[in-house]
Design a protein around this ligand. Structure first.
Ligand SMILES: Nc1ncnc2c1ncn2[C@@H]1O[C@H](COP(=O)(O)OP(=O)(O)O)[C@@H](O)[C@H]1O
Ligand SMILES: Nc1ccn([C@@H]2O[C@H](COP(=O)(O)O)[C@@H](O)[C@H]2O)c(=O)n1
Length: 532
């Protein structure tokens, strides 16, 4: 089967800056395959989405690799079926990717393709597969990094030019006839499965599938089967069953799949990171004494001029009209963006002025500058950034706290190409936007996502209106000392508050009240006040 991210995070190329009208709360709990979380969106729209919980510690370092399962077995034994049923059975566990070995068939010459069309090419020898590429893509995904996997066409017998970008899986299932053949691959698996199926059944299934889905004739399938598929099964595939932890039957395998899913769930529970309790721990543990916040080299606070204080006063005032709130938010975000651009690299640039004089000035010394908003509160900072760098590429990350544990969850990614491309990521400078740093849970996760893509910490400039002195900022600075933070003010308090639920007035839709961390004096919920 072709490679299929079964339920990965949504990853797309941004066409424009999205402004989903998500409100502040997650009202659902983990449940079911297609509705891990229920986000309350504007009015009566309910968005359902999976989410990825933290995979790093309070030091910002990845501490739990993705859980990797290898499934081998003969062609049409039911490997894909088992993989899909595991995904279904895991249900509430988010972000599972099925990675098929078929994606890693080597590029073929025109002569080889001609042979393949005549069923005279051996696709069942281990050498037909680019094992080093398979292992390196899998290793990247396992260590929570992005990867780009090839796309293979069974009808054209060729690897296509485009690739598929994958990131963010908590569980990866790698399946293929040779999935247990290569020692480098075997070393990556946390669980090894072999699907054992009767040969007659495999042949019958293969004829049916190849004729229906892969554009083959019955004669061609039989020719290929007798010449290559069956000998390969006996010589290369079946012997790898000795590496498996579990042998699963190729039919009537529901019980086996349930047992495997229970095992995976238990393993994942043991690895779960409970990050938030470390970020907002007891006050007396906050290491303020080491370096006062204002003096920390990573933090740049706008000069506290009367002009700035005037703007902040308007924004803090609960009676400020929405139109004024938007106007002054945009003004403040422009100041912040101007300050943030000081940290970009500049090089000399010579120009000739309208009067014919030569003047040596400066220009930004990198091609790759982009903004990434943490939705949806980062959105109000975009206007200022666009005013300062008018053609800036924008991306976004949707991170929300899970209702019961308060853990941050990564729900959606929309990153610019310069970050998604390994070759340019390390030369890219990113303005990461979020309205405030309170617990810092979202900031931690967003920075970790950028680092996983290869962006350098020194190239990340976190732009925010407010920082809470008693929140997670200290942990954030300790974990990522290279990341710069630009803010308009530091507020003294971060406290947990009970926020009332809302009633949409239709007698059906209501959100429950919930606890949330609020910055004091603060500006309230900036995203809500800006977007309504
Ligand atoms: N347990 C099963 N019960 C019924 N049909 C199955 C089962 N496993 C696989 N099949 C069927 O057999 C065919 C081949 O299965 P697939 O999972 O694609 O094989 P593989 O990935 O090993 O090549 C598919 O049509 C699938 O629906
Ligand atoms: N161009 C190709 C490439 C591979 N095959 C056959 O696919 C089989 C592996 O895929 P499964 O989904 O069945 O595991 C393998 O046995 C190859 O013979 C092909 O026919 N054409």
């Amino acid at each position: 089967m072709s490679s299929s991210p079964a339920s990965a995070l949504t990853v797309q190329e941004p066409a424009h800056t999205p402004r989903p009208a998500l409100s502040r709360s997650i009202t659902g709990t983990l449940a079911g395959t297609s509705s891990s979380l229920t986000l309350q969106a504007k009015k009566n729209t309910v968005l359902k989405s999976h989410g990825r919980s933290p995979w790093y510690s309070e030091d910002g370092k990845p501490i739990c690799d993705a859980f990797v399962i290898g499934i081998a077995g003969g062609s049409a034994s039911g490997k894909t079926h088992v993989a899909r049923r595991i995904v279904q059975s895991l249900g509430s566990i988010p972000t599972v990717i099925i990675l098929s070995q078929d994606s890693f068939y080597k590029r073929h010459t025109p002569e080889e393709i001609e042979l393949a069309h005549a069923s005279r090419f051996d696709f069942d020898h281990p050498d037909a597969i680019d094992m080093p590429l398979f292992a390196s893509c899998l290793a990247d995904l396992k260590s929570c990094k992005q990867t780009n996997i090839p796309i293979y066409s069974f009808t054209g017998h060729q690897r296509l030019d485009e690739t598929k970008y994958l990131y963010g899986a908590a569980i990866i299932i790698a399946e293929g006839i040779m999935a247990l053949h290569d020692p480098a691959l075997r070393a990556l698996y946390d669980l090894k499965i072999f699907v054992q199926c009767d040969s007659d059944l495999m042949l019958a299934r293969r004829i049916r599938r190849d004729v229906k889905e892969r554009g083959r004739s019955v004669d061609g399938v039989l020719e290929q089967y007798l010449r290559y598929v069956k000998p390969s099964y006996d010589n290369f595939v079946l012997p790898t069953s000795k590496y498996a932890n579990i042998i699963v039957p190729g039919s009537d395998n529901n019980v086996a799949i349930e047992l495997i899913s229970t095992h995976i769930r238990r393993q994942l529970d043991e690895r779960a990171t409970r990050l938030r309790q470390h970020l907002v721990g007891p006050r007396d543990l906050i290491p303020q004494s080491i370096i006062p916040l204002e003096a920390h080299p990573s933090l740049a606070i706008l000069p506290q001029t009367p002009q700035l204080k005037g703007i902040l006063t308007i924004l803090r005032d609960r009676t400020t009209k929405r139109s004024d709130f938007i106007f002054f938010t945009d003004r403040l975000s422009t100041f912040l963006a101007e300050k943030a651009t000081e940290f970009l690299p500049y090089r000399p640039k010579s120009v000739v002025t309208p009067v014919g004089a030569t003047n040596v000035g400066k220009e930004i010394a990198t091609e790759y500058v982009c903004g990434v908003s943490i939705l949806r509160s980062g959105g109000p900072l975009e206007q200022g950034l666009r005013r300062v760098i008018n053609d800036i590429r924008m991306g976004s990350l949707l991170i929300q706290s899970e209702a019961t544990t308060g853990e941050p969850l990564l729900l959606h990614l929309l990153l610019p190409t310069c970050i998604r491309d390994r070759k340019t990521a390390q030369d890219t400078w990113v303005f990461l936007l979020d309205a405030q740093i309170g617990t810092a849970a979202a900031a931690f996760m967003a920075i970790r996502v950028l680092l996983d893509h290869g962006v350098l910490p020194e190239h990340i400039i976190f732009v925010t209106f407010l920082v809470a002195r008693t929140g997670g900022i200290h942990m954030l600075q300790r974990a990522f000392p290279g990341v710069r933070i630009v803010c308009a003010a530091i507020d003294d308090e971060l406290r947990e508050m009970w926020l009332p639920g809302s009633d949409e007035g239709d007698g059906k839709t209501a959100t429950e009240g919930r606890k949330a961390w609020v910055v004091e004096p603060g500006m309230g919920h900036i995203g809500d006040r800006y977007y309504l």
